[in-house]
Write a protein that binds this ligand. Structure first.
Ligand SMILES: *Cc1c(COP(=O)(O)O)cnc(C)c1O
Ligand code: SF4
Length: 335
């Protein structure tokens, strides 16, 4: 018998799950029984932007299928090496709206705080895949500067915790950060942008929910889910718990070539999100970030897909189709 002290806790804590993330292309290929002929190019693209996949997400991928819509979001490809000329490292010109380190203030009334420099998963199409997290690396000293900026800017009433993924932070760090934000009188809302309820659903613990619920701030969570296959029972449980706590729950998705660019998938996504307590918020057209051009679809196709959603769904299940235009102080509706 294994001595008690050497037994792993079961079920594993979310912290254990975070530590067992796959960060090596070879391990990913072996776990999913992928053809090893594609490994060398995956390793090259991994050098540009590291592989990161959680086990709960991996378990939803069909083995041996290079076309799996979830695998395609995390698998490094040779295509990442080449991008059209107008593709850039900073497609949204965020570095021009970076008044102090760790803060992106582009839109009226709300400010983005880079709360964490990592995610639990690396999405290959991420518009921040080349973001300078080094220069914006979050720490308490750094946050104090960001908080001071928010303090001095009374036009801001909403703080968005972004990153990276703010939910990779511990409850004690998050609790400290939210308490600091609560002390700024003109802030009324705190919003968390996170993919963890999808890729690491055990992160949604009763303690986290209490932390958000207890705040004097109106709490909003915006999750990121692109495909109905991303939603399993654990995800539904996590989302339902957030919804039952009275926290507003919204989803943003990105339109991705050969992953979710068909009406049936998008309609099923809206329906399944709503069944789990989530309202669709935004459907984003891809940003022109270097390394992700192969995910892009033409605007005309996006509009046609959006029209099919409108023809088949109640209005509240149709997300706004948007794109980001650099320097514009809001997202731009496409129709
Ligand atoms: C998307 C975004 C926000 C949030 O915009 P909403 O339309 O309020 O959801 C805020 N700041 C930046 C820089 C953004 O890119
Ligand atoms: S979870 Fe969001 S921020 Fe993180 S890699 Fe994916 S798209 Fe980028």
């Amino acid at each position: 018998m294994i001595p008690r002290t050497q037994q792993a806790a079961y079920p594993p804590s979310w912290q254990d799950e975070l530590k067992s993330i796959i960060t090596c292309p070879k391990v990913l290929f072996e776990a999913l029984e992928l053809p090893l002929s594609a490994l060398p190019s995956a390793q090259q693209a991994h050098a540009l932007f590291k592989v990161r996949v959680t086990l709960p997400y991996l378990n939803r991928i069909k083995k041996g299928d290079l076309n799996d819509p979830l695998l395609k979001q995390v698998l490094p490809l040779e295509a990442e090496q080449s991008s059209p000329e107008h593709y850039s490292d900073d497609p949204l010109a965020e570095s021009h709206h970076n008044p102090v380190k760790g803060v992106i203030h582009k839109y009226h009334g709300r400010v983005l705080l880079i709360a964490a420099s990592q995610c639990a998963i690396n999405c290959r199409y991420c518009f921040r895949r080349n973001f300078d997290y080094q220069a914006n690396s979050p720490s308490r000293a750094q946050w104090q500067e960001s908080l001071a900026y928010i303090h001095q800017t009374p036009s801001i009433n909403e703080v968005i915790l972004s990153g990276g993924d703010p939910l990779v932070l511990s409850d004690s760090t998050l609790s400290w950060l939210i308490a600091q934000i609560e002390q700024i009188p003109h802030i009324t809302r705190v919003r968390i942008h996170t993919r963890l309820p999808i890729v690491l659903p055990h992160r949604i613990t009763p303690a986290l929910i209490t932390l958000m619920q207890r705040s004097r701030l109106n709490a909003i969570m915006v999750i990121h889910c692109n495909h109905p296959n991303e939603i399993d029972n654990d995800v539904v449980q996590a989302l339902t718990a957030i919804k039952h706590a009275g926290i507003t729950l919204l989803n943003q998705a990105v339109l991705l070539a050969n992953i979710n660019n068909n009406a049936q998938t998008l309609i099923a996504l809206s329906e399944q999100l709503f069944n789990a307590g989530v309202l669709p918020y935004y459907l984003h057209l891809m940003d022109t970030v270097k390394g992700a051009a192969h995910f892009s679809i033409p605007e005309s196709e996006a509009i046609a897909l959006h029209q099919q959603m409108q023809a088949n769904l109640p209005g509240f299940l149709v997300p706004k189709l948007v794109r980001e235009i650099p320097h514009r102080a809001h997202k731009t509706l496409i129709f």
